[in-house]
Design a protein around this ligand. Structure first.
Ligand code: HEM
Length: 154
């Protein structure tokens, strides 16, 4: 169960990044070039939220069964000084939760805007901040202390 959730969480990370990047690209293009907010843009907006929420559900489930997190919670006083353990026990979850909240708020605000340019602008700003937080909080393979593979398979 643990390895299935870890693999899914690792793979869905790419869906999160792709959907955010495409949504952000379309948002800046629409905002700066005064494009109409199409049905595709609206679908992309909600798809980005759905994918982020799916990753949240996977992340919470993983958090409940991860041996790394269990070690962090059981030996908090020691583990909080160990970079890799603290990252998964505390930093990763905090930053990702904030990012997903930003995606949710940005999407809801954009939906309520009456003018297309304002919709694009709202999405562009909120989604960009979320993307920066996500990029900074992924345990990339090149991260010296929290290195995790770019791809996992079942
Ligand atoms: C956009 C949001 C997120 C992204 C892109 C993301 C990405 C990742 C990646 C790439 C890994 C490494 C997986 C591997 O070892 O192959 C990971 C690990 C982990 N993530 Fe996330 N994550 C996100 C949100 C969350 C959230 C919200 C939680 C908790 C509520 C969470 C909990 C965890 C845990 C516990 C691990 C490590 C599990 C272990 O090694 O035992 N993640 N995450």
């Amino acid at each position: 169960m643990y390895s299935v959730l870890l693999t899914l969480h690792s793979l869905v990370r790419w869906l999160v990044l792709i959907s955010l990047l495409v949504a952000i690209f379309r948002a800046y293009h629409g905002w700066l070039a005064n494009k109409p907010f199409t049905r595709f843009d609206n679908t992309l907006r909600s798809a980005t939220v759905i994918i982020a929420h799916s990753q949240l559900v996977l992340g919470i489930s993983l958090y409940c069964i991860s041996p790394v997190v269990r070690y962090f919670l059981n030996y908090f006083k020691v583990a909080v000084h160990e970079r890799q353990i603290r990252f998964f026990g505390m930093e990763h979850i905090t930053m990702m939760l904030i990012a997903i909240v930003l995606i949710t708020i940005g999407s809801a605000k954009a939906k309520r805007r009456a003018i297309d340019k304002q919709r694009f602008k709202t999405l562009a700003i909120w989604f960009t901040i979320a993307l920066v937080l996500i990029l900074a909080s992924i345990p990339w393979q090149f991260s010296p202390l929290t290195s995790r593979p770019y791809l996992r398979w079942f």
